[in-house]
Design a binder for this molecule. Structure first.
Ligand SMILES: *[C@@H]1O[C@H](CO)[C@@H](O)[C@H](O)[C@H]1NC(C)=O
Ligand SMILES: *[C@@H]1O[C@H](CO)[C@@H](O)[C@H](O)[C@H]1NC(C)=O
Ligand SMILES: *[C@@H]1O[C@H](CO)[C@@H](O)[C@H](O)[C@H]1NC(C)=O
Length: 454
């Protein structure tokens, strides 16, 4: 019995020795590491102090760094169009779920800034980029302070549909920064060619979304431009998750309404079951031939639905904020195919769109005619279908849509329009009534009033 106790004690002793050794191990290792670092540091220190004692040696080193910044063509024609812009760098979907982007400076750029030498508005292969450290920018370079948004698109920064596709990732990224990252300037490229601006509607939307006036870098001064901070989107929406896409549209809608002073407390209308129909007419190309008759059809159907009202407007002489206000108060948008439909962004989520085309589009316009179906889907709206005018003079000798059919005017079919509208209005009315019953007014107002900066 005693023997056993002694044995136990011995084991306990051994365990405590072992524990002490384990406890001592980290400080010993730390001491070893510090010693080694000290050795390295003193080595480094002595070489630094050697250089510091010779300012000419520093200048020489910085000069060599400046000269080492290597400019490569902004448009690398060996690559596919999605990757030819700054082709030597891989992009990431960061933060998680965002569209693919490049950030400078970053660990991936070894702390270097993005510099662009971009004199050409016609040939992206004549424009160039390089990376450089802030203290050793290329000779003659100008430093642009703050954050710059750099956008490359294979499409267009003027067309509302394409421009919006280029804008969405920036709006999402900005929201994701807690709305803190505001662009001091933008640099816009199309196939690597410099663009001097976006169209007015897109500029207003970008300013509303980011809370900063849009200053566009035009690269007019000679010499490269280096950006203190830059985020580059060059693949439009690629990488953006469905959830973040819907979130980006919610965010832009909310910011645009706030920018235009739309009263969030009346979002959804003072009567949450009201049905607000808007006819957004075009003038000239793709206008209805008989606006009065078209208006009458929809007014008659509307009159049979409780709480239904019809508003009509022309898209060509309304300001950005007029459009935001009008569409914020719209549950059903009735409009001919065209850029003005981009305003569907400003409707409440789940609102409806009815679209109209002149003769020829269905047969000859290809997939591009469905862009507003795609947009409705991206923005969380319901595209309720399209009507293609079956009547009109044919264009036998013009195989493509642009030459003859594109800007035809549009007729109407009273019976068809009435039936279609009755179906859509009833469904929207029912959806709104259900939502009004399910979601308390205070909750709806709270959601409408806060733009999700997260
Ligand atoms: C934007 O520009 C306008 C007029 O140029 C100016 O009044 C306004 O203060 C600017 N806004 C910001 C946020 O800089
Ligand atoms: C807007 O356009 C419509 C039709 O083109 C016209 O009747 C109306 O007077 C215009 N309004 C303004 C403010 O120019
Ligand atoms: C939109 O409709 C979907 C499905 O019908 C529903 O789950 C969602 O809550 C609606 N959202 C809004 C904001 O009305």
């Amino acid at each position: 019995m005693k023997q056993l106790a002694t044995k136990k004690k011995a084991i306990a002793n051994n365990v405590s020795h072992f524990k002490r050794a384990v406890c001592l191990l980290p400080p010993l290792l730390l001491a070893a590491v510090l010693y080694l670092q000290f050795q390295t540091a003193t080595g480094l220190f002595s070489s630094i102090s050697r250089i510091v004692s010779q300012p000419a040696a520093i200048d020489d080193l910085v000069d060599r760094l400046r000269a080492s910044a290597t400019f490569l063509p902004l448009k690398d024609t060996r690559e596919r169009s999605e990757t030819w812009f700054i082709s030597t760098h891989d992009d990431v979907s960061e933060p998680d779920g965002e569209a693919k982007n490049l950030v400078f400076p970053s660990a991936a750029s070894a702390g270097r800034l993005l510099c662009l030498a971009a004199p050409s508005r016609h040939d992206g292969t004549r424009n160039a980029y390089a990376l450089a450290w802030r203290d050793a920018l290329p000779h003659g370079a100008a430093l642009r302070p703050g954050l710059s948004f750099v956008s490359e698109t294979a499409y267009d920064h003027s067309n509302l549909w394409h421009g919006l596709t280029a804008l969405v990732p920036f709006a999402s990224w900005h929201a994701r920064s807690g709305c803190r990252a505001r662009p001091a300037r933008w640099a816009l490229f199309h196939h690597g060619e410099v663009r001097a601006g976006m169209s007015g509607w897109l500029t207003a939307l970008a300013e509303a979304a980011t809370g900063a006036n849009m200053t566009v870098e035009t690269f007019d001064a000679p010499g490269p431009v280096c950006f203190e901070e830059a985020v580059v989107f060059r693949r439009n929406l690629e990488g953006l998750t469905r959830e973040r896409l819907l979130g980006a549209f919610d965010f832009m809608r909310c910011k645009a309404r706030a920018y235009c002073g739309v009263d969030a407390s009346s979002a959804g209308g003072t009567d949450p079951t009201a049905l607000r129909v808007t006819l957004l007419f075009r003038s000239g190309g793709r206008a209805f031939k008989d606006e009065v008759a078209v208006t009458r059809v929809f007014q008659e159907v509307c009159a049979r639905v409780t709480g239904c009202t019809v508003a009509a407007a022309h898209s060509d002489n309304v300001t950005f904020c007029d459009q935001v206000r009008l569409l914020s108060a719209t549950d059903v948008l009735i409009s001919a195919h065209g850029a003005q439909m981009t305003n569907l962004l400003f409707m409440d989520r789940n609102s409806s769109i009815m679209e109209f085309y002149p003769l020829g589009w269905r047969q000859r316009a290809g997939g591009g005619q469905f862009v507003y179906r795609w947009m409705a889907d991206r923005a969380g709206m319901r595209h309720e279908g399209s009507w293609w005018d079956p009547n009109g003079e044919p264009c036998p000798r013009s195989p493509d849509i642009l030459s003859c059919y594109k800007n035809r005017q549009i007729g109407h079919d009273e019976a068809y329009f009435a039936q279609w509208a009755a179906r859509v209005f009833a469904a929207v009315k029912e959806r709104k009534a259900r939502r009004a019953a399910e979601v308390p007014a205070s909750e709806r107002r709270r959601k409408a009033a806060t733009c999700n900066c997260s």
